[in-house]
Write a protein that binds this ligand. Sequence first.
Ligand code: GDP
Ligand code: IMO
Ligand code: MG
Length: 427
Amino acid sequence: MAVDVLLGLQWGDEGKGKIVDVITPKYDIIARFQGGPNAGHTLVFDDINHVTHTIPSGIFNDKCLNLVGNGVVIDPVIFKRELDELKQFKIDIYSNLVLSKKAHLILPTHRLLDAASEKAKGKDKIGSTLKGIGPTYMDKTGRNGLRIGDTLQPDFKEQYDRLVRKHAQILKYYKYEYDLSEMEAEWFEAIEVLKTLRMVDSEHLINDAMKEGKSILAEGAQGTLLDIDFGSYPFVTSSNTVCAGACTGLGIAPNTIGEVIGIFKAYCTRVGSGPFPTELTDETGKRMQKAGNEFGATTGRPRRCGWIDLPALKYAIMINGATQLIMTKADVLSHFETIKVCTHYLYKGREIDHFPYQLPEDLTPIYKEFKAWEIDLSKLDSMEQIPDELADYINYLEAELAVPITMVSVGPDRKEIIYRETVGSIS
Ligand code: GDP
Ligand code: IMO
Ligand code: MG
């Protein structure tokens, strides 16, 4: 059976966690393929509000195997904290959670290097979550990294010390003061916990599962516009967040990809630095932030808010080959009388409709206005009940984006979802 891929089409926080949780019952395996604890995926159901960071969002379904793929970077300390938070739910993590032996480890010094690098960048900082993501992927591609499987080697501590000595040199260059002793003790304690979990050759596990006809969903983190190759570089994360990342991050062949489910908000947000053409820095933006409760699930930072950006979305759909779309947070737009859609950009007196190499400051969005609906959507559960204005908005976006919108999310809760039509393997 093919592997479906679910990913974000904007700058992250599109509501991927919620949608994975909604569609998890249709799958045997949920697999994270990139990123690490920079992600924060929120699941809301039965009065539970839970955020996963490294653990896949299928963890609450006991019929589902959750796989942390080779493309993910793992901070043992955060992973242990995630496990501790799950204890209250009596989830059998020893049977339904597995880690790829090839996933790389985030060391305490990777976190320090992230902080030192950001400090040195000053006003040009990326706005990283400071979880050590960039330095860990640098060591991976620089062929210096430590992997989950290495924790089982007798010389693991020596490998660790060697890498830390290298990091100490770089931290000296940054003139960055630190005290590692407490961080290190906590890290090694957490490593012992990781060692009790099932570590697998996940590329074999997933390919065997496919042969056995098991259904698999690859869960993306971050969003397409944060992709290391195709995002708003350098204000991006350090992994391939796009669909192709699922192949390298899980060890699956491109021709095994089935549905590509692109998640987007009915508007747009960004956390951290970098260009954001449709950003609203006025009262309307503040209203959106409040109505959407736009505060980071990982860092608590306020998210920048703006109108939906069609050139950027079309670009993301192209790069991923999205076969279906899910729009989230439609309910947030109920707080406005008029809503806007950026259809083009105006750049140096010319109209452009593509996402340019760089997003210059003088790129002006051109908007089309829509009448909003101003009614509470959260109790609606069928397309027949939705206001005409929302139907117009969805139909317009679908026609422009040329990909079916199969679900519309109207609240954070698992139940607050409207199925639009039956397409593909997730319906
Ligand atoms: P992710 O990183 O893509 O999983 O998204 P986050 O969990 O970081 O951020 C999405 C936020 O919006 C979370 O607080 C969700 O509970 C919430 N959310 C998801 N879908 C909806 C929706 O349709 N409406 C509203 N109001 N909130 C939503
Ligand atoms: P989820 O999976 C939103 C952003 C950071 C920063 C940039 C680089 O919850 O959608 P990093 O820590 O990777 O070095 O940060 O990327 N960023 C996210 N923004 N959602 C995320 O994940 C993000 N993960 C990283 O804010 O701008
Ligand atoms: Mg998030």
